[in-house]
Design a protein around this ligand. Structure first.
Ligand code: UDP
Length: 403
């Protein structure tokens, strides 16, 4: 026990680790289950992959189940996801039935006898309807729900009201019409994961060159699923303005998540867009699920862009900042908690392509500014967005229900 958690002493302050060990004692041998819809791709899987073994190392028995859904089911839940972020939807009975029945079926072979159930995001939300509730149920919402489509919100809200607690990623996502306990937990990154740990320069170069990226000119990058809300085409527009004034290259790196059926379509259309681009030879579009490549690219990039139109939190921003790479990003969702304008990077209105390009050029042209922003970024993430703090925040919730 504590073998894993003690390794974090190198990355975080001693007090945090001592607190983790001390506070975990109360929950020793408690049995908790997390339910989500994918084990890879996207921020939820990223965090659970690190958190679950850490809880285990602290003596808390946390498990993780993955909802079994068909491609049709994930098409529907992606539409719900988009609608929660403000898009229109044809909210048919067929969609509702598929959603509800898939959860009902999954509940039949998922026995829940735990001390607490934590459900992540809307895909498995209706599970609660199919159990005699014998323990606290917590719903962990990871998306931007500040302006949801009212129909979808009303429908999903009826399930959320059956839970004991809702956790969101920032204060403004709390909901007045949900009369259950609500709290904010900021997401976090794992400083020791393959994706974030320090790696030697020659490994960085080897990984980049394996994917056709060479450090012969400055690198501007966005690492994100191919999703309309991550606006990869918008990133190309920014790059065009930058590239007209300065020789550099753009890398768009994305993986596919099993619960995101729109990824392939978006990827195809980004490839087409690239073909029309006058600077296409300087634009690399890569789809691969490779943590060391993400790590290498976030380290090697001179500037990371995150041009999201909506963003629940955006773990990729903290990942880049932690590697001392400045981030130029949209002033939406959880991003401004991470990018402090002029301190760890620059913030812009998501449609201000010119503003984005000016900030990128400013960083590319000033190595002192780049290193100052990078240094501040790492400090900021170390203080606020590491997985050890995330676990302490969960302890507050455990304390309330299991303490
Ligand atoms: N990610 C990855 N490979 C990629 C693109 C993304 O591993 O090619 C990871 C990324 O490093 C981050 C997560 O997926 O850990 C995305 O989380 P974020 O909160 O930024 O966005 P989400 O996809 O959950 O909307």
């Amino acid at each position: 026990m504590y073998e894993a958690v003690n390794k974090y002493r190198k990355a975080v302050d001693k007090h945090t680790i001592d607190q983790l060990i001390e506070r975990s004692e109360k929950f020793r041998d408690k049995h908790i289950v997390c339910i989500s819809s994918t084990y890879q791709g996207g921020g939820v899987a990223e965090m659970l992959n690190s958190m679950v073994p850490l809880f285990d190392d602290l003596g808390i028995d946390v498990g993780w189940r993955i909802l079994h859904g068909s491609p049709d089911f994930f098409t529907v839940t992606k539409k719900f996801h988009n609608a929660l972020q403000g898009e229109k939807i044809n909210f048919s009975d067929l969609k509702r039935d598929l959603y509800y029945e898939t959860n009902k079926r999954f509940a039949k072979f998922t026995h829940l006898y735990h001390d607490m159930v934590i459900v992540h995001d809307p895909q498995p939300l209706p599970m609660i309807d199919f159990y005699k509730k014998e323990q606290p149920w917590v719903f962990r919402f990871h998306i931007d729900i500040s302006q949801p489509n009212p129909l979808v919100w009303e429908y999903l809200g009826d399930f959320i009201r059956k839970y004991d607690h809702m956790v969101v990623s920032q204060e403004s996502y709390k909901k007045d019409d949900i009369p259950i306990a609500q709290s904010v937990i900021f997401p976090a990154i794992d400083p020791l994961s393959l994706k974030n740990r320090s790696i030697p320069e020659n490994t960085v170069n080897r990984y980049l060159s394996r994917f056709g990226i060479y450090r012969d000119k400055p690198i501007v990058a966005q690492v994100s699923r191919f999703d309309k809300f991550k606006d990869p085409k918008g990133v190309m527009k920014i790059f065009n303005l930058v590239r007209k004034q300065r020789d550099c290259q753009l890398v768009l790196l994305g993986s596919m998540a099993t619960d995101d059926p729109e990824g392939q379509k978006m990827y195809d259309s980004v490839l087409k867009e690239r073909e029309k681009n006058v600077f296409k030879d300087d634009i690399k579009i890569i789809v691969v699920d490779n943590d060391i490549l993400v790590n290498s690219l976030q380290r090697a990039a001179d500037v990371v862009i995150q041009k999201s139109l909506r963003e629940g939190f955006g773990l990729v921003v903290s990942e880049a900042l932690y590697k001392q790479t400045p981030v130029v990003a949209s002033n939406v969702g959880g991003i401004p908690y991470q990018v402090k304008d002029g301190v760890t990077g620059f913030l812009h209105d998501p449609y201000d392509v010119v503003g984005f390009s000016e900030s990128v050029l400013k960083i590319l042209g000033d190595s002192q500014l780049k290193s100052e922003l990078g240094k501040n970024g790492k400090e900021h993430v170390k203080k606020n967005f590491l997985i050890t703090r995330l676990i302490l925040d969960w302890f507050d919730i455990f304390e309330h229900y299991l303490g």
